[in-house]
Ligand binder design. Structure first.
Ligand code: SF4
Length: 277
């Protein structure tokens, strides 16, 4: 069960994983089934069973949300999005869940999608931004630039959503300066929260191939800690909550990691450095 810290108020996040769902891209770093530990899309019934199961064991009250994680939610056809949202929204309508949240790409947000998300009680949208430097986005084959992120954050904020931004320091073409540039540009967008996922090389991804050909050099842990310390300072000064620093350690992830600055307690290492200064 995933429990997020929100001061002293209990907070339940019910995760529904939609691996590769809605995504027709192949970003060089991504192997979605290995990250989420699953490769099959959940049915409406499975979504509802998962929600019931979590609600049945949660006795602490507080805020409760259903989160669609793992893919590009708004990349699905509208009717598929609607089926997923409807399956979970009924729990908001009967008062057992407070809101839904989804994750998606910055170039998969438009006015119609915003209307659909609003209709089904989505309160927060997390954008996989990864970098705000176009050269890095191109080399990572993201298929969008920084301006799509600026545009989608504005659309979402104007519509009243909470906006989360995920960034990945250490992508192809990144150096310390470009990571800091990304941090500063993200700060200017004033997201409600950020996640920082240092780039790791996962088995059989395009990034793995690039590494084998000498076209990508994974970052050393020490270098990644140093730049994440700077990001930590940038976001802390702007009062932007960092809900995650370092990818969640799972057996699937650890089996898939070939190279890169992986540490199961990455956030703790960053905070120890901050506290030592
Ligand atoms: S858009 Fe997201 S799900 Fe699709 S390949 Fe890129 S990182 Fe993976």
């Amino acid at each position: 069960m995933m429990e997020a810290k929100a001061k002293k108020i209990p907070y339940l996040v019910i995760p529904i994983f939609i691996p590769f769902g809605g995504c027709d891209h192949q970003c060089v770093f991504c192997d979605q089934p290995k990250i989420t530990g699953s490769s099959v899309l959940p049915s409406t019934k499975e979504i509802q069973n998962t929600i019931e199961e979590y609600l049945g064991t949660w006795k602490r009250g507080g805020r409760k949300e259903v989160a669609f994680y793992g893919g590009t939610f708004t990349g699905f056809p509208m009717d598929v999005q609607e089926d997923f949202l409807k399956a979970a929204a009924k729990y908001v309508e009967d008062g057992r869940i407070d809101a839904l949240r989804i994750s998606t790409r910055p170039d998969c947000i438009d006015g119609d999608i915003i209307k659909l998300l609003k209709k089904y009680h989505v309160g927060a949208v997390e954008l996989g931004v990864q970098s705000m430097v176009n050269k890095v986005l191109e080399l990572s084959e993201r298929g969008h630039g920084g301006k799509e992120t600026v545009r989608s954050v504005k659309l979402l904020k104007d519509a009243g959503f909470k906006v989360g931004i995920q960034i990945m320091p250490g992508l192809p073409g990144d150096d310390k300066e470009s990571v800091i540039t990304t941090g500063r540009r993200v700060r200017l967008l004033k997201p409600d929260f950020v996640r920082i996922y240092p780039t790791l090389v996962l088995r059989d991804t395009p990034l793995h191939e690039m590494m084998k050909k000498g076209l990508y050099k994974p970052w050393e842990l020490e270098d990644m800690l140093e730049v994440c310390e700077e990001l930590y300072k940038i976001f802390t000064r702007a009062s932007i909550t960092m809900i995650r620093i370092g990818i969640q350690p799972t057996k699937e992830l650890e089996d898939a990691v070939i190279a890169g600055p992986y540490h199961p307690s990455f956030r703790q290492l960053v905070e120890e450095r901050i506290n030592a200064t």
